[in-house]
Design a protein around this ligand. Structure first.
Ligand code: NAD
Length: 261
């Protein structure tokens, strides 16, 4: 029997990268999934790939104030319940210093990566709390735990998510709902590829190779490697785990200086 047999899951940002890999892992383990995304074409392709009997698509922008209430209701109508929610929709940010950062760009990044996650969390808690069961998984980042220069809105949002996870976990601890974070490092997805493609190679070394050299495991991660941690948190195997953050980062957060060869 699959580890998520008979369970239903909602995954925001489920049409690509880490969200899609989570959907594939959850379906493999017997769950039915609703993918929420604002990329209609990718959403349709993802559902086709997963199989219409396993997955449904919901087109929405998680930054919009009423979106979450609508897609959570749709998931309840479709599945008759909601056991798991992966709050994963997110965007990258521009590499600019704080004193030169455009305010509307700050609002865009925080609007999706922090406020949008909180709106989704709120809607999920409203249905899971009365049912006294549920596992909520928030996609944070290594930026939830440590900062990087020139990404202040992204770091602000992802660090804020850690407080959100801990606070919600405490509120839900007596109500059977677990809330945890997965903090990916540098994962080979369209989001990261876009950022790496913008880096001009230096001394014949591509941005991708330069980045990999600074990761203790000397490589980028795969979406599937993050999805497996999400699967653990979604499953009953994590029944005593709440308010925690699990890194899937090739050792980045463990490092202070260079890693020996
Ligand atoms: N790739 C990395 O290196 C990395 C590292 C740490 C954290 N993360 C986080 O992982 C999450 C997933 O990113 P990914 O790397 O898989 O990127 P991705 O671009 O492959 O996938 C993100 C998906 O989210 C969707 N999305 C974005 N904003 C949305 C919105 N407002 N409403 C609905 N859907 C929206 C996109 O359309 C896309 O399908 C993000 O929260 C990101 O910040 C990624």
């Amino acid at each position: 029997m699959g580890r998520l047999q008979g369970k239903s899951a909602l995954i925001t940002g489920g049409a690509s990268g880490i969200g899609l890999a989570a959907a594939q892992a959850f379906v493999r383990e017997g769950a039915k999934v609703m993918l929420v995304d604002r990329d209609q074409g990718a959403l349709e392709a993802a559902v086709k790939d997963l199989g219409a009997g396993n997955a449904v698509a919901h087109y929405a922008d998680t930054a919009q104030v009423d979106a979450a209430e609508t897609f959570v209701r749709a998931a309840l109508e479709k599945f008759g319940g909601l056991d798991i929610a992966v709050l994963n929709a997110g965007v990258g940010s521009l590499g600019l210093p704080v004193d030169g950062y455009p305010i509307d760009e700050f609002d865009r990044v925080v609007g999706v990566n922090l406020r949008g996650v909180w709106l989704t969390l709120r809607a999920c808690v409203r249905v899971m709390k009365p049912r006294k069961a549920g596992s909520i998984i928030v996609t944070g980042s290594i930026h939830s735990h440590a900062a990087r220069a020139l990404s202040s809105p992204y770091t602000t949002a992802k660090a804020g998510l850690l407080g959100m996870v801990k606070g919600a976990a405490l509120e839900m601890a007596g109500h059977g709902v677990r809330v945890n974070m997965v903090a990916p490092g540098f994962i080979d997805t369209p989001l990261l590829r876009k950022a790496l493609d913008a880096i001009v190679p230096k001394g014949g070394v591509s941005g991708r190779d330069a980045l990999a050299r600074n990761i203790p495991m000397r490589r980028l991660g795969a979406s599937e490697e993050v999805a497996e941690v999400m699967l653990f948190l979604a499953s009953d195997e994590a029944s005593y785990t709440t308010g925690a953050s699990f890194a899937a980062d090739g050792g980045v957060l463990a490092a202070w200086g260079p890693t020996p060869d």
